[in-house]
Write a protein that binds this ligand. Structure first.
Ligand code: NAD
Length: 556
């Protein structure tokens, strides 16, 4: 539903129900998910087309948005719309098995791949920052990251705290689109969290959505609340307003009893990190007026922030980078111990990637929460032996507030995702679900990203920066019948630091969709298995052998 107004900001919300506004469900799904990304309940700054992650956008500008809507409304079953950094640039005749949309966002040639050049091109209106699921239209709000964050904190608990965060205090910053999942993920694991953000609206939004429990008056109050809850072994999340580059060093100086430290401010983009000494209300104008000066000051502040994190590490805390590139930025500011603590992928997630596991997600195009509850049950029935999956689905049902179209996420691996997808398609076919289901994933997945500061940090064979894998991943998904496929640059960790691919496939209940789903949801996680076999991970080699993933070099 789009209120008519010529190519300017307006409120956007996806259509619901079974009535098509396009020529078919594949196109309808792309249109609804584009609009859903900009739903005010979903997007962080919808009037600017910004979905999450600093400046991650769904469309380049409002004219491009209007052109994409109009094109999708008329797109035929054998046509494909081409999107170049958020702007539709062509429609070509393809065939029924081909994706209805192909997207390339934010890509730059290597030597030009830096923020300065990107900003120059962006200011000329030639590109946009697509982040990961912002520009590929499969962002589902904070739940998307909640599950991954929950799994990460569970892994921290398993590694250091006997399987639970009960009786521990986690310190973090950033309560934005992604970071807002941290307080709930910590309390779901039984722990106490102190979460700093400089934007008061982020704190109140997370309280409103029940991701955050309370707001402290100031830092001492936050610490008082935290230690009291910790001593009673009660989970509690506490928001505190301020600049992390000031408050984290203050907590270190206070010798605060912090057990775990991480961060999810928008550090990947120095223009989205508030420097010390700048008022939050002046941030946007200052960043726009003097980007180079702002960047320098932001990096210096990040160095102070990271130095304090290293201080906590030296005192024995569990410290990790949560994928926002803050270590890289601090290093650029001259702090030489920035990489003293690891990224979360090598520390906790890589063993899951070896099994082709990653963030499988789906949304109900009907808009009916019942459809998601039925799919929840289907997933639990399919994998009865998976206890952590059952625990997650139960907690998600209780705690997750749907944003926009009802959606669900859970981590599934090779040999599991295709089963879930085919079951959903059967449920659409039988009428058990009231409308088709869109199945996608984050670009942060086992075989879809090259990102040396995050997903591919410290690969066993040193192949961290090899970016052939995400390109093969995108090509394999196109060849397998995905509904839309995207190749992006710079998501998560910033321009110059990652190349990644996404796919979304629609379960519309047809036999053709079933065939496509079986191939896509086998081959897509299969890329994760072969990527890790190639890098020398034994677990991936075992998984390939057990589950029949063909790896030619192993067949000689
Ligand atoms: P966001 O822009 O929505 O939120 C960032 C928050 O940081 C904002 O609320 C902002 O007010 C706050 N902030 C900025 N500077 C601050 C400072 N100096 N002190 C305190 N608060 C400050 O971004 P997001 O979507 O939440 O993403 C956060 C970061 O995490 C990004 O860098 C993103 O790329 C990264 N990320 C990580 C993962 C992962 O899996 N770990 C996934 C996606 C994104």
């Amino acid at each position: 539903m789009v209120q008519q107004q010529a190519s300017g900001p307006r409120e956007v919300r996806a259509a619901r129900g079974t009535g098509l506004t396009t020529q078919g469900w594949q196109q309808e799904a792309a249109l609804r998910m584009l609009m859903n990304n900009l739903d005010p309940e979903v997007a962080e700054h919808p009037s600017k087309l910004v979905v999450y992650g600093g400046t991650g956008k769904a469309a380049r500008d409002w004219r491009s948005f209007d052109a994409m809507v109009k094109t999708l409304q008329g797109l035929k079953q054998d046509e494909t719309m081409l999107v170049q950094s958020g702007r539709p640039v062509g429609v070509m005749q393809t065939h029924e098995w081909a994706p209805r949309v192909l997207i390339a966002n934010s890509n730059l040639v290597g030597d030009w791949a830096n923020w300065e050049e990107f900003r120059r091109l962006e200011s000329l209106g030639l590109t946009m920052y697509g982040q990961m699921t912002a520009g590929s239209w499969i962002y589902i709000g904070t739940q998307g990251i909640l599950q991954g964050t929950y799994e990460t904190f569970a892994a921290v608990a398993n590694k250091r705290f006997n399987g639970t965060l009960e009786g521990t205090i986690t310190l973090t910053a950033g309560l934005g689109g992604m970071g807002g999942a941290q307080p709930l993920a910590v309390t779901m694991n039984g722990g106490v969290a102190i979460c700093i953000d400089c934007d008061p609206s982020r704190i109140s939004r997370r309280i409103e959505h029940r991701y955050l429990d309370v707001e402290a008056k100031d830092l001492s109050h936050a610490l008082e609340l935290a230690t009291a809850a910790r001593d009673k072994k009660q989970p509690l999340s506490i928001g505190v307003l301020g600049n992390a580059a000031e408050l984290v060093p203050q907590l270190l100086a206070m010798d605060a009893p912090i057990d775990i430290v991480t961060d999810q401010t928008s550090a990947h983009d120095p223009l989205a990190y508030l420097p010390v000494g700048v008022a939050f209300d002046d941030m946007a104008d200052y960043a726009a007026a003097k980007p180079a000066e702002f960047t320098q000051r932001a990096r210096e502040s990040m160095a102070a922030h990271v130095e304090a994190m290293v201080g906590f590490l030296d005192r024995g805390a569990e410290v990790f980078d949560y994928g926002n590139s803050i270590r890289g930025e601090a290093q650029l500011a001259g702090y030489d111990r920035a990489f003293a603590f690891p990224g979360f992928v090598p520390a906790y997630i890589r063993p899951l990637f070896c099994e082709g596991k990653g963030p499988f997600r789906w949304a109900a195009l009907s808009g009916d929460p019942q459809d998601i509850h039925k799919t929840d049950k289907a997933v639990l029935d399919l994998f009865p032996e998976n206890e952590s999956l059952a625990r997650w689905i139960k907690m998600a049902q209780e705690k997750v507030h749907f944003q926009g179209l009802p959606a669900r996420i859970c981590w599934l691996g090779y040999g599991e995702r295709d089963k879930a997808g085919e079951r959903f398609n059967d449920m659409v076919a039988s009428g058990e679900l009231s409308a088709p289901i869109v199945i996608g994933r984050d670009h942060l997945d086992c075989g879809s990203v090259a990102s040396p500061y995050r997903e591919t940090e410290a690969m066993l064979d040193g192949s961290d920066a090899i970016a052939d894998w995400p390109l093969l991943n995108a090509m394999v998904n196109v060849a397998s019948g995905a509904s839309w496929v995207s190749i992006h640059h710079g998501g998560g960790v910033g321009i110059g630091r990652s190349i990644h691919a996404g796919q979304v496939t629609v379960a519309d209940g047809t036999a053709l969709a079933g065939e496509k789903i079986r191939r896509v949801l086998t081959n897509d996680p299969g890329m994760g298995v072969i990527r890790h076999v190639d890098a020398g991970y034994d677990r991936a080699t075992e998984v390939a052998a057990e589950r029949g993933v063909r790896v030619p070099m192993g067949e000689l």
